[in-house]
Structures are given as structure tokens and as C-alpha cells.
Write a protein that binds this ligand. Sequence first.
Ligand code: SAM
Length: 348
Amino acid sequence: MDAGMLALLGKTTALMEYLGFLWVVQTGLELDIWAELASEESLEDLMALHPDWDKVLLDHWLEQAYCQGLLTNNNERFRVTKLGRAINKYKNSGLDALYKELVGHWSTGFAKLPLLMTNQEEKLAFGSAMEEELIAKASLASEAFVWPFLRAKCQREKWQRVLDLGCGEGLYLNKLACEFPELYGVGLEMNPVVASRAQECVKESGERIQILCEDILALGNLQSIRQKDDGQLNDLGTFDLCLINNSIYYFTPEQRIQLLESIKGLLSPGGQLGILTAVRKGEPIRIFRTHIPQNLMSFFLACHQGFQGLPTEQEVITLLHQTGYTDVSVSVMPLGTSHYFFAKCPNE
Ligand SMILES: C[S@@+](CC[C@H](N)C(=O)[O-])C[C@H]1O[C@@H](n2cnc3c(N)ncnc32)[C@H](O)[C@@H]1O
């Protein structure tokens, strides 16, 4: 057989396997079967629990989940493997949202790619399910490696006043406040539904964390925010750390410059800016072939109105230099999916 054809067949089979994994995991999450299979169950046991379900489809689901290494099969009695158990354990740490996003939005979005690429159809809009539910929650999937990095850095730098722009679920502010009893933080989140979940999340840290439902871009016009009737931002003072975690890609290159310029006015002398983002066009890190989802994410974002995909590493570095920040450092997060850029505010 022609080597090209053989390679193509190999890729196609691997693709089907990955798609199978996606659909099986997502269905199990949505129907909560991963929890039910914590103990050994047969098809008949599961049908007794769910008499209205389609037995043929459930049988196929079990077969696929077994083939994908998600279930053990002991004489047709199934139980979750370590991998299957992890799905249930970590489902609320962004995994549930991420899989929903992949199945419900990436698949349908990319199906329109020929029309989008040839400009026969308007770019996509995220819609309320993505904006209110999925995007911010799916972002939590990187917490396992971002949080240890941020905690260690905060310990070294002794940050006490943190501003989190596009704070999503408010998770990092809450964790910082719980870990560092002297730390005070403010989160800005423009989506009211997400902002109210963030307010709920930070409740345990009491008055030390404030979540404001504000558009980051209004920072450029600080005066008008500060003069708002409710005076919310009146007394916020300056910060020794400003975070832009997983949200720089919401802004055009021009808006990024404006944003970084206005952040300088909110940082204390020597204060730092931290930008966490996946990047395009980096050198692939091959442990889990993580460059594929990373670039795909950029591609998916670029299918949407107002988005141009992820920045490259060099673009973020240039942006920081261009806007006068100094001491730029870049840390690649484990698995290579994200980069954390830190830089110092110039002493003006
Ligand atoms: C991908 S989430 C990241 C959330 C969080 N920073 C994290 O890393 O887990 C991006 C968040 O930024 C918010 N966002 C985007 N543009 C914004 C803007 N102009 N002002 C305020 N929030 C914004 C979105 O609503 C979304 O919740």
C-alpha cells in the first residue's frame, strides 16, 4: 500500500478513536454514568436503574467506554478504571464544561469552517450558553497546574493587593485570599451571570475580595468609573499585581495596548502584571501532543466575531515591551498548554 495512504488511514483511525473518547466521556458526564459505575454493574443492572433508556445504545456506550480504557470488563460487569474515576472526580473542575464546549460548540462551529473561510457566512457568535456557563468554567481545567505556580510566586513576591481582570469564576482570587490572610483582591468580570457565581465563590474570604461586574475596557476611562454614582471603584487604590488570566485574546492588538497602558495607572511602583494565555506557533511540546488542542483553540476562537485567535509568545512579549513594562519573564506551564508572562510596571 502507498505509504501516504497508510499514514492517512492511521491518522483517520486515530481521529475516530479520539472522537469516540469525546462522545463517550461527554455522554457519561451528562447522564452521570461515571458515578454509577464506581461499583461493578452489568448492562441489566443499569437498565433496571434507567428503564426508559435505549438498551442497544447503552450497550454500545459500555463497549466503547471499555475499549477506550475507561471501564474494566469482568464477565460483562463494568466498573470505572482510574481514568474513568478521574472523570467523575474532576468533572466540576472545568472538565464538564470543557467537554460540553467541545461537543456542542467546537464540533458545530468547525462544521461551518468552509463557509467561514470563504467569507460566505458571518463569523460565529458565542451565544449565552458559552458566555454564561461554559467559557469561564472550562478555564478552571488549567487550575491544577496554574494554582501551584501562582501560589509559589505569590509567596516569593509577597503580593498583598491583587486585581484580576476577567476573573471568571473568581477561583484564583479566592484561593489567593484563603492562602494568604493579608491579601486583598478585586476581580472585574463583565458577564453578570459569571460575576454572580464569582461573588458566591469568594464569599468564604469575606470582605477581602470584591467582585465587580465591569468591562475591563472601561479601565481606559478610569475617571468615569471612579465617578460612578455607586462609587464602587472609588477607593480601590493601587495594586501590586494585576492578572489577566486566559482573557487577553478577547482584545484586539490595539485594545491590548490601551489596556496595558491603563493598567500602569493602577499598579503601585514596581507592581507586576501577569498574563496567562495559551499561545500560537510555539514549539510543539510532545508529551501529550498538546500543541494540537492549543492551536485548535486559536482556530476555534478565530471563527468568532471580534476574535483573531490566540497571540503568539512573541506578540505578548512585544506588547509588554511596547507598553513600557520591564523585567519580562515567561514560564511555560506544565504540559505546555499555557504560558505565564510576568512583567514589572515601570517606575514613573
Ligand atoms: C476564559 S475566561 C477566564 C476566567 C479566569 N480568568 C480564569 O483564568 O479562570 C475569560 C473571562 O473574561 C471575561 N471577559 C472577557 N472580556 C471582558 C471584558 N472586556 N471585561 C470584563 N471581563 C471580560 C469573560 O466574561 C470570561 O468570564
